[in-house]
Design a protein around this ligand. Structure first.
Ligand code: ADP
Ligand code: MG
Length: 625
């Protein structure tokens, strides 16, 4: 196991300070969006840029079409198929990532595709007799972006940073990583979308404080509060609505178009055509006061003013405001404590959105960067820093993928840093000695979700020596786990009365691939109940052992307080307890402990009386002296 350890000297830097251009690594940032995906890299002037396709578009529609044969179509070409081949064209697949069938039906019962439960309960998309997983669909989008980037940068990518919503859970993050692996991409890090936007604005550069990131995309609204302090970004709170976005603004226009066309029962073809026109009109209204357009599937012209449009969508946009208020409340922050508000997502180009946000937060939001691109741009920055191409100036808040714990008596694990704890973090727990006169304590650092230490991954072992001899349970040993922003774990053990201390630094993720992390999590879930039973049994055994040891010591010291008959009785309950420990029922052991407690109470009472007497005699001796 030791080969898995990577022990760093404290303060040792992982990143080189300067990199010659020849050694620069080819890395990109990817915004894998619900409606659009983008890829960005650092350009020659050191500024991040989104990489366009041959037609000059930077936004790739997150749509994949599976034709009869050949590889799937991705992007614009696939989006064109939404109308003609809705059954084999998949959009908004991000909503399915890392989700089970139930999660999805609970949220949106009307899905355009047949869905079924696949491996591990994860959802799969049904297209005729074909099945694809959301991970595979996302991989197609990533492949297209990879190709685009490699063409532009002239070579194979070394690594990528992919952004995910701040609220994505482990399974959703894992699914995103899996998609990248299938696409042949090396993920250096997943980055939270709001954090990425903040990075793009350079908020890490000497601007400490609180920021709100307002992200209104195609089908989702996310509001996040970020705290930037001492070079560490922390997501304080997130909120939003997973079914509110630009599509809803389109829908209002679609309804109006259908009304104007006077069609009672529009078919899906007409609705799709209206949707296309609606989106174009909406986007033009962000820049023009009045828009004239040709009506869908007809030769007639239509006309709409921005005022009319705003009147129609006011309520939809307004719906985001109470959600902003709620996040502030969750984080316990007043509006005026905010340093800034960042606008993200294509729908924040709508002037009414900007006005409402400015009004609510009582400040002009940051809009210098293109809101469609800002997430990808920040990811490119981060990729560059992680690759060592530029000196990392800041650390990002990440989470521990697996729990970190310490082995306690009976092969048990005490979790010190639970899985998913934001890092950096420091947590401590007090332990004590198990035996009288114990002067050393072995600290075994383990990682994983299983209840027994032998089933977790062993990270390191060390010993704290020089503990003053005391009765069992009297020593106080504080064990602290500190994980810094790079994921480096420092474990220290300190005996509180003497202050003696011992510590070790470990890189817990070293040698552990994402697959192995996923395996460990799945393993823990599979073994959940059996682990719990094993834990209860071991706890009972440890407890029983302690009771037996104490009884043994008491007999040795004060056995003379008992008559032969009484001694026999005490020994009998001890044997019964010992017998119960040979079985595998925690309940029986606990019962035997209670029995023993009851049947030796008189003995404990006598011992107490004796020690009391001795204490009084002692004082008398003192008085004489
Ligand atoms: P996501 O993060 O959900 O993938 P984006 O942030 O790319 O989505 O936002 C896509 C949405 O932004 C779409 O609904 C699109 O119509 C809308 N949008 C893009 N440009 C404009 C514009 N100029 N005015 C209004 N809405 C726009
Ligand atoms: Mg987005």
């Amino acid at each position: 196991m030791d080969v898995l350890l990577d022990i760093l000297e404290p303060g040792q830097s992982v990143l080189p300070h300067q990199v010659s251009p020849a050694l620069r690594k080819r890395v990109v940032g990817i915004d894998l969006g619900t409606t659009f995906s983008l890829v960005a890299a650092i350009g020659v002037e050191g500024k991040p840029l989104c990489i366009p396709d041959e037609a000059g578009n930077v936004s790739l529609p997150s749509v994949v079409h599976y034709g009869q044969n050949g590889s799937p179509l991705v992007g614009q070409a696939a989006r064109a198929k939404l109308l003609s081949d809705p059954e084999t064209t998949i959009s908004s697949v991000k909503r399915y990532m890392g989700r089970g069938l139930e999660d999805i039906y609970k949220k949106s019962p009307n899905t355009p595709h047949g869905l079924e439960a696949g491996e591990g309960g994860m959802v799969r998309i049904v297209m005729g007799d074909k099945r694809v997983s959301p991970v595979e669909v996302s991989a197609e989008i990533l492949k297209a972006l990879k190709q685009r980037a490699e063409d532009a940068l002239g070579g194979t990518l070394h690594g990528v940073v992919i952004t995910v919503p701040a609220y994505f859970d482990d399974a959703q993050r894992q699914a995103t990583k899996d998609a990248a692996r299938i696409a042949g991409l090396e993920v250096m890090r997943l980055l939270n979308e709001p954090t990425s936007a903040a990075l793009a604005y350079g908020l890490d550069k000497g601007r400490e404080g609180l920021y709100a990131i307002y992200d209104l995309g195609g089908g989702t609204f996310d509001i996040s509060l970020l705290k930037l302090e001492k070079g560490v970004f922390q997501v304080m709170a997130t909120g939003g609505d997973s079914a509110l976005g630009g599509d809803d603004l389109d829908q209002w226009l679609v309804n109006r178009l259908i009304l104007e066309l006077g069609v009672e029962k529009p078919d899906s073809g007409l609705i799709q055509a209206c949707r296309k026109v609606a989106r174009e009109v909406k986007e033009r209204l962000s820049n023009e006061e009045t828009v004239e357009f040709s009506m869908p599937l007809s030769l007639a012209m239509g006309r709409i003013t921005r005022d009319e449009f705003e009147g129609g969508i006011r309520e939809l946009v307004w719906a985001t405001i109470p959600l902003c208020r709620r996040v502030l409340k969750d984080a316990g922050i007043e509006k005026d404590a905010l340093q800034g508000v960042v606008l993200v997502g294509g729908s924040t180009r709508v002037p009414l959105v900007r006005r409402m946000v400015a009004e609510f937060f009582c400040m002009e939001p940051l809009i210098d960067l293109d809101p469609d691109q800002v997430v990808a741009l920040g990811a490119a920055h981060q990729a560059e820093a992680l690759a060592g191409n530029e000196r990392a100036e800041m650390l990002l808040l990440d989470v521990t993928p697996l729990s970190l714990g310490v082995e306690t008596m009976g092969d048990l694990v005490e979790k010190i840093v639970p899985r998913n704890s934001p890092i950096p973090t420091a947590r401590g727990q007090e332990f004590t000695t198990f035996k009288d006169g114990q002067t050393a304590m072995a600290i075994h650092v383990v990682q994983g979700e299983r209840e027994l230490a032998s089933q977790c991954r062993s990270l390191a072992r060390f010993e704290l020596r020089g503990i003053p001899a005391m009765t069992a349970g009297a020593a106080r040993i504080l064990v602290t786990y500190q994980v810094d922003a790079d994921g480096l774990l420092t474990v220290s053990a300190r005996e509180e009365t003497t202050g003696i201390e011992q510590s070790i630094a470990i890189k817990p993720s070293y040698g552990l691939s994402d697959d192995e992390i996923a395996d460990m999590l799945q393993d823990a879930m599979r073994h959940g109940t059996t682990d719990m039973l094993a834990r209860l049994l071991n706890e009972a055994k440890v407890d029983a052992e302690r009771v037996l040891a104490a009884a043994g010591a008491a007999l040795k010291e004060d056995g003379d307080l008992l008559s032969d008959g009484e001694l026999k009785q005490v020994k009998a309950v001890m044997v019964a307890l010992w017998d119960s420990m040979q079985g595998d029922s925690a309940e029986k052991i606990n019962e035997a402990v209670v029995q023993m407690d009851n049947k030796t109470r008189f003995f404990a009472q006598r011992r107490m009386d004796r020690s009391l007497q001795m204490a009084m005699t002692g004082r008398k001796v003192d008085d004489f002296a």
